[in-house]
Design a protein around this ligand. Structure first.
Ligand SMILES: C[S@@+](CC[C@H](N)C(=O)[O-])C[C@H]1O[C@@H](n2cnc3c(N)ncnc32)[C@H](O)[C@@H]1O
Length: 284
């Protein structure tokens, strides 16, 4: 039950948030008021937000693809642009299922969410698709714990470790959708991020090395043996990094494709494993 708040108190909160630089102070005040159980709770939440903590860390959740995803302190806050990655994965899974979903009705869609953070991407795919078998991995123990909270209800498994290393070997050659929103900010650009990210999100969630592509290159290079024939790798990237990411995907034997959204300022590179591997002379 939210604590009752007078219009005067509400406007004091809005003013305080606005002075702290919150652009959507009215909306944020509404969310904080709805979340606080007592006046003291509300006071503490407004203090934390005014001190620069991301709103999602203060509330303990983020809205993502229409879901309320738990986001613990120190865990990467899922971004709106990543909804585009989910949309691309959903359309590929639906296309693979064929009209009426007959092809996949026979078996589950195996989804791996690498670098899962809060588990938002995997949770959204479980919500959007029928019969998903989800495996998620993150190297950061706090993220893996948080992801377990978000995907447990849908039967998802979360592993802590480096990329593919903790995944069960039986998934090799069986993954229909291999998704990664890995860190892709070039090291020297991390210092230019807004303080909410720079200070309150872990560096391992942001820093992608000198050109931003260190983790993505490892994700792509090791992807082919995990993919089922016809399976897809989908990675979020920036518009600027997309050509290099496409080249890496092609170099590793996957069929590359780029999808982008101006509205969400998002780019996704897709690499598809051929349904039937060609042998010498083009023979299957
Ligand atoms: C940009 S965040 C994305 C989180 C989540 N996928 C999302 O979209 O909200 C990147 C995540 O990758 C994780 N990570 C970084 N390096 C990793 C690695 N080598 N193996 C597994 N996870 C890694 C970080 O801990 C962080 O949670």
């Amino acid at each position: 039950m939210p604590a009752p708040t007078s219009p005067l108190r509400r406007s004091v909160i809005v003013t305080r948030l606005r002075a702290a630089g919150c652009v959507f102070a009215e909306d944020e005040a509404r969310l904080l008021i709805a979340a606080a159980r007592t006046p003291a709770d509300l006071e503490a939440m407004v203090d934390r937000r005014a001190a620069g903590l991301p709103l999602e860390h203060v509330l303990g959740w983020a809205e993502f693809c229409g879901l309320r995803v738990a986001v613990d302190p120190g865990v990467f806050v899922p971004r709106r642009r990543t909804e585009f990655l989910v949309r691309q994965a959903t359309s590929l899974a639906r296309a693979a299922a064929g009209p009426g979903g007959q092809a996949l009705a026979r078996r589950r869609t195996v989804v791996v969410d690498l670098c899962c953070g809060s588990g938002a991407v995997g949770a959204a795919l479980v919500a959007a698709l029928d019969r998903v078998e989800l495996y998620a991995v993150d190297i950061d123990p706090a993220a893996a714990r948080c992801a377990r909270r978000n995907v447990a209800a849908g039967g998802g498994q979360v592993y802590e470790g480096d990329l593919y290393e903790p995944l069960p070997a039986r998934l090799r050659g069986c993954v229909d959708l291999l998704i990664a929103n890995a860190p892709y900010v070039p090291t020297e650009a991390v210092g230019l991020l807004p303080p909410e990210a720079r200070i309150h999100e872990p560096r391992v969630a942001l820093d992608g090395g000198a050109d931003g592509l260190d983790v993505l290159r490892r994700v792509i290079a090791a992807a082919p043996p995990w993919l089922a024939p016809g399976g897809h790798l989908l990675v979020e990237t920036s518009e600027r990094q997309a050509p290099q990411t496409v080249e890496t995907v092609a170099r590793n034997g996957l069929i590359p494709q780029v999808a982008s959204s101006d509205e969400l300022n998002a780019a996704v590179v897709i690499g598809t494993r051929r349904a039937v591997q060609s042998g010498p002379g083009g023979q299957p």
